[in-house]
Design a protein around this ligand. Structure first.
Ligand code: FDA
Length: 365
């Protein structure tokens, strides 16, 4: 049988696209090189806890259409992301808000907090920030920079803040209320039962082949459908003919602990430079799961090498130029479309992936 669409990748982008095309009466085949569906939003149940296998995934958006869309596949709880920072054993609330300022300086009113930040900015006396360190200090002063920004950012990027460009942090969220909600978006939550159930619903009734790498037999797969949606890496698709796009990598270290509650919060960031991981996720707190065990993940940022899972695109000048060259080739394709975070080489939150996939479907009508 020849399908209308071959969809390469069963992540959120490929799955939304497949669901929508299937609904419109188009026949679809989804192929996925991993042993499971869902791409990076994949969750797996362990001891009654939905474990986010590729890092914490919190759904948040201001887009009502996208929020209504995703809610047809799952009921969302009222989870609010309120990470805590651990700096050498001192605990601070995030994002920077009145709780943080009280913990840092003992100040109790917005006026006192503003005065403290103003004083620290003035002491820094930086006119034109030349690097990330100067940019951060000129935005929030030295104390918050040194305890909550410096080490975390250096681990994340694998470079000193003085060697990182200032544009990485155009602004830092500062809030003069006692509000630990990390996101400003109107809608936020975690799908009860995990993300994999959402993807299962989207792909219900659609042919899916796991453990199947499109690029190992491109011609065979191309011949199986009229059009192809490719959500893998665009440079890999073109056999790296112009060179490799760069990413930041991540290692996840999972541990099951024989205790009910390890850290009392889903996300704790370790903001000193010496601790090798950036954060510890305790999965049960995303859904208040009841279990006498708990599962935690330590996240270690690392340099990325070809062949490893790619997590964060490095959208600097070199990589943007390189991506544009690949994108020019993509524009010339007759029946291959590129989508998703790897096909479009962009960091997308989940709501953006849904939005982009729905726009693509509309453009093909
Ligand atoms: P995704 O990578 O999920 O899917 C692509 C699929 O294609 C993969 O399954 C891959 O195996 C497959 N594939 C690739 N090449 C192939 C080939 N040659 N043949 C067959 N299959 C192939 N967002 C958010 O809103 N809130 C959050 O809290 C987070 N948190 C978060 C944490 C971390 C650590 C990361 C890295 C990302 C987030 N995100 C997020 C972003 C979120 O993960 C992202 O928006 C979506 O997973 C992207 O979905 P895609 O379908 O585009 O890619």
């Amino acid at each position: 049988m020849k399908y209308d669409y071959l969809i390469v990748g069963s992540g959120l982008f490929g799955s939304v696209f497949a669901y929508e095309m299937n609904r419109r009466g188009k026949s679809c085949l989804v192929i996925e090189k991993r042993s499971h569906i869902g791409g990076n939003v994949y969750t797996e149940e362990k001891h009654n806890i939905n474990v986010h296998k590729y890092g914490a995934h919190i759904f948040h958006t201001n887009n009502k259409e996208v929020w209504n869309y995703i809610n047809q596949f799952a009921e969302f709880n009222r989870y609010t992301n309120s990470p805590v920072a651990n700096y050498k054993g001192e605990l601070y609330n995030l994002p920077f808000n009145m709780n943080t300022f009280y913990q840092m300086w003992g100040v109790k009113t917005p006026e006192e907090a503003k005065a403290k930040i103003k004083q620290q900015k003035a002491e820094a006396n930086i006119d034109e920030p030349q690097n990330l360190e100067e940019q951060a200090i000129s935005l929030i002063g030295r104390d918050i920079y040194e305890k909550l920004v410096k080490g975390y950012t250096e681990k994340q990027w694998g470079r000193d803040c003085t060697d990182l460009p200032s544009f990485i942090i155009k602004r830092l969220p500062v809030r003069f209320t006692f509000d630990n909600n990390y996101f400003n978006d109107l809608y936020q939550g975690i799908p009860m039962g995990g993300y994999t159930k959402i993807i299962e619903k989207m792909l219900d009734g659609i042919d899916v082949e796991l453990n199947t790498d499109f690029l190992e037999d491109k011609d065979k797969w191309m011949a199986m459908a009229d059009r192809v949606l490719f959500t893998g890496m665009i440079d890999e698709y073109y056999d790296y003919c112009f060179g490799e796009l760069e990413y930041r990598g991540l290692d996840f270290e999972f541990e099951t602990l024989d205790m009910e509650n390890y850290q009392g919060n889903a996300v704790i960031n370790y903001t000193d430079r010496e601790t090798p991981y950036t954060r510890i996720i305790e999965h049960k707190h995303f859904e208040n799961a009841v279990s006498d065990k708990t599962v935690i993940t330590r996240e270690y940022p690392k340099a990325w090498e070809k062949g490893q899972e790619a997590y964060y695109p490095m959208n600097d000048e070199r990589n943007t130029e390189l991506f544009n060259r690949y994108n020019d080739l993509a524009d010339k394709e007759g029946n291959v479309i590129f989508g998703g975070r790897l096909g479009m080489y962009r960091y997308f939150d989940m709501w953006q992936v849904i939005d982009e996939a729905l726009k693509l479907v509309k453009s093909l009508e």
